[in-house]
Design a protein around this ligand. Structure first.
Ligand SMILES: Cc1ncc(COP(=O)(O)O)c(C=O)c1O
Length: 429
């Protein structure tokens, strides 16, 4: 099917897509809303909500081999690891572990390196990342082990300064923590190119990717980008609160995470603490299956029998990425009509560079605090955005700002939603 046809399928089926997200247009209290806050958490897809209830009713807490219910729980764990592996093109379901959150997964991961890193090595973190992919590394590698911590800069368009980052790498660089896209500004990081250049200087350097912000916007292929670890969160991809960590098997087997002595000392189990939350896992599986539904029932029903699951994820996410670029262009064109002395957008605004960002927009309005903008947008236009520092190193450490407005869009938002946002901004300013 032609590329444009695939995109048109999303646009012409928006009604059907949006029906899968019952809280998208009205909140729990019945208030009409335009939800522009998927960067803080996407709306949960209907089948994920249902899966929580079903699993809570039916599932046996422990996986096992004898009773039907415990066998079902064991199968559920395997199926969820397996679908998550396909989503990011991991080699094996055994490379996937589940955690309370991405922050929790990354602290646990950094801790597990304690015996495998020496203070002669240096660590690189970036000023573009969410602090969840900064603090764990700085704390364990920097403060506990005593490694030198190097921080990669960002440029004036809130993109990663790649030349600066590469100038920090040397043969003693033991680890690099990078984001796939900036959660405050939407800028996408060209990981494949960067990681290849890093490996030329330091072949054994551990590369850990935070994919939380980009996971709902584009295809992820851990083998293609050649990282060692990658984490993302269920609630930012239409599912439940959950952190998912993928790691290369050779690393996972070597590392020593926090572990109760009696827990299995094999990966991925050794990375998980306590019993897994079966209801949450079932909901996460349903959220990923929603993406398969989008491909097979909405975008390209003709192809549905011919595609394997990995190919299906890859295709649907590529189309979602293209739709994200379309939304981005609509916003960037609209921005050009707003008064620049009143509204300032931080990040890439050049239309030609629309593909280099996700549809996530940081902005400020002259003379009005972010908290006040958020309140006015809600009271006057029913629009929900985010304020605060978004835990972004760029906002917190570089700009040193307590708060910045952020509107974030994804594939379930229509092009008209973008216009509603632009109109409201114009009125406020
Ligand atoms: C880019 C990014 N990384 C990491 C996190 C942390 O995720 P979690 O809340 O699952 O710990 C977030 C959450 O806002 C995020 O946006």
């Amino acid at each position: 099917m032609q590329k444009n046809k695939r995109l048109e399928r999303i646009i012409s089926n928006h009604f059907k897509i949006r029906q899968r997200f019952p809280l998208l247009e009205k909140d729990l209290f019945g208030n009409k809303r335009t939800y522009l806050n998927c960067g803080a958490g996407t709306i949960t897809v209907d089948t994920a909500v249902k899966a929580i209830e079903d699993a809570a009713r039916r599932s046996h807490p422990m996986p096992g081999e004898v009773y039907p219910a415990e066998i079902a729980t064991k199968d559920l764990h395997w199926e969820v690891r397996s679908i998550a592996a396909d989503f990011i093109n991991a080699d094996s379901p055994d490379e996937i572990s589940f955690h309370l959150s991405t922050t929790n997964a990354l602290f646990n991961l950094a801790f597990s390196f304690q015996k495998h890193i020496s203070k002669k090595q240096n660590l690189i973190v970036t000023n573009l990342d969410h602090m969840a992919n900064v603090s764990p590394w700085e704390r364990i590698f920097g403060e506990e082990i005593g490694c030198e911590v190097r921080r990669a800069r960002i440029d004036e368009e809130y993109r990663l300064d790649i030349d600066h980052l590469l100038s920090l790498v040397d043969e003693n660089t033991g680890a690099i923590a990078l984001t796939m896209a900036a959660n405050a500004f939407g800028s996408i990081v060209p990981l494949k190119k960067i990681i290849a250049a890093v490996r030329e200087k330091s072949p054994d350097c551990v590369v850990c990717i935070d994919a939380v912000h980009h996971a709902l916007h584009g295809s992820i292929d851990v083998q293609d980008i050649d990282c060692d670890f990658l984490a993302f969160s269920g609630y930012k991809i239409f599912g439940p609160m959950l952190g998912i960590l993928w790691g290369k098997k050779k690393w996972m087997d070597k590392l020593s995470p926090y572990r109760v002595e009696t827990a299995k000392d094999i990966s991925p189990h050794k990375f998980e603490q306590g019993m897994l939350n079966n209801a949450v896992l079932a909901a996460f599986k349903a959220a990923l299956e929603y993406l398969l539904w989008l491909e097979k029932e909405v975008i390209d029903p003709q192809e549905k029998l011919n595609l394997d699951r990995r190919a299906c994820f890859s295709k649907v996410m590529q189309t979602i990425e293209k739709y994200g670029t379309l939304l981005t262009k609509r916003i960037l064109q609209g921005i050009q009509r707003l008064d620049p002395s009143r509204i300032r957008f931080l990040g890439i605004t050049d239309l030609e560079m629309a593909k280099e960002r996700d549809p996530t927009f940081a902005f400020e309005i002259e003379g009005i605090s972010a908290a006040e903008v958020k309140k006015q947008l809600w009271l006057e236009s029913g629009i929900q955005i985010a304020d605060g520092n978004h835990y972004s190193a760029a906002v917190y450490r570089v700009l040193k700002r307590p708060s910045l407005c952020r509107a974030s869009f994804c594939h379930y938002d229509t092009l008209e939603t973008a216009d509603i946002f632009l109109k409201a901004l114009n009125e406020i300013s």
